[in-house]
Design a protein around this ligand. Structure first.
Ligand SMILES: Cc1cc2nc3c(=O)[nH]c(=O)nc-3n(C[C@H](O)[C@H](O)[C@H](O)COP(=O)(O)OP(=O)(O)OC[C@H]3O[C@@H](n4cnc5c(N)ncnc54)[C@H](O)[C@@H]3O)c2cc1C
Length: 338
């Protein structure tokens, strides 16, 4: 087994995305088990400064490519450059986030490298090679994957599955030296890169909808079908405001059109790990809890004392959200002097 672990450091508008710090932490921990290095691949425009932050996040080495042509993601450019990084270090494992970009780049890279790809994983560990887990059969089972001939193995990880290094943990590893940032040459001339690009980004149209990124929230006020309708979500918005958090929901609420799809937590939604997850009128189906059971503190309100959500809750309140949540708002407003 090759020991090094390479991860894709996705940037948007020149800023490293949160998932990269999770991949950096995960790669560092795995590399400490394999005896290898955690190596970042970063492409973009004016991204040298971000390379330094990757070293602090756990990368032992950063390969970066800098060009105006790389300011926005392009499958062809990025796959070409990442292949160069792979050929330089010959890693055993390549990690990407299960983001829109990661899910586009990973298969392109797998084809170039003739490598095995485990997509949308919810677990990753070392056990005589790399093992990956992902939900299957509508969440009734978990597949454990292994790539016997895949060297390297490519895995895309859902946001929130790996965690960034805590400050103290980072100090327990030897610091990376300053000469570990290596620039990749753009092997083809810029004009050649331009003409070989099979998909060109011609314009970015701003969206008219803004949803909070629930994977970044420290507090989530989450609602399920038990919230009763859109008015229930207005109540949750107020609670989220008062607690400095965001609103999340179960899939039932997306299907009912009560909340934005970006708020969905679970198997087909997002994986979140807020410090506080307030689950209101959510039954606790496996497909939901798989996306939030790593939260710091889970408080649930449900009128059914046998609701499965209570099995994973730190505090369970049996009661009606229509009664309890207005009281919570009143108490929070009073506490904040509003
Ligand atoms: C392939 C597949 C993928 C899926 N992916 C996801 C996913 O990513 N995320 C997800 O969430 N689901 C997902 N689901 C759906 C999942 O199986 C459940 O159906 C869904 O999570 C249920 O949502 P819920 O808990 O809001 O609704 P319900 O199961 O209907 O539960 C509502 C709960 O609210 C309680 N309640 C009702 N009224 C009140 C009240 N006034 N006060 C307090 N409590 C009240 C009830 O007791 C009940 O426990 C998926 C399903 C499949 C098949």
């Amino acid at each position: 087994m090759q020991n090094d672990i390479l991860f894709f450091a996705e940037q948007r508008n020149g800023r490293i995305q949160k998932i990269c710090f999770e991949l950096a932490g995960g790669a560092k921990r795995l590399a400490s088990q394999t005896g290898g290095r955690s190596i970042a691949f970063l492409a973009g425009q004016d991204v040298y400064g971000e390379a330094q932050s990757l070293l602090q996040a756990g990368a032992d080495c950063v390969f970066f490519a800098d060009s105006p042509l790389l300011a926005y993601y392009s499958t062809d450019f990025y796959a070409e450059l990442m292949e160069q990084a792979v050929q330089s270090v010959n890693p055993g494992l390549i990690l990407l986030g299960s983001t829109t970009v990661g899910m586009d780049l990973a298969p392109a890279l797998a084809v170039k490298l003739d490598a095995g790809l485990a997509a949308d994983c919810t677990g990753l560990w070392v056990d005589d090679g790399f093992r990956m887990a992902r939900p299957s059969l509508d969440g009734a089972a978990t597949d454990i994957l292994y790539c016997p001939d895949g060297n390297p193995v490519i895995a895309t990880l859902r946001p929130g599955v790996l965690t960034p290094l805590a400050e103290e943990e980072a100090l327990s590893f030897p610091a990376a030296s300053a000469d570990t940032v290596k620039e990749l040459s753009l092997s083809l001339a810029e004009e050649a890169l331009r003409t070989q690009n099979r998909v060109e980004l011609i314009e970015i149209e701003p969206g008219n909808k803004r949803s909070d990124d629930i994977t970044k929230a420290r507090v989530l006020a989450a609602g399920g079908r038990g919230m009763g309708g859109p008015a229930g979500f207005e109540t949750l918005k107020r609670i989220a405001e008062l607690l400095g958090g965001s609103v999340a929901c179960s899939r039932a609420c997306i299907e009912s059109g009560w909340a934005d799809t970006a708020c969905q937590v679970g198997q087909t939604g997002k994986t979140v790990r807020p410090a506080l997850y307030l689950a209101c009128g959510i039954s606790g189906a496996f497909q939901h809890t798989t996306g939030m059971d790593g939260s710091g503190l889970i408080i649930s309100i449900n009128k059914n004392p046998a609701a499965p959500i209570f099995d994973i809750s730190d505090l369970g309140i049996v009661g009606n959200v229509e009664v309890i949540l207005p009281q919570l708002i009143q108490a929070l407003e009073a506490y904040q002097g509003i």
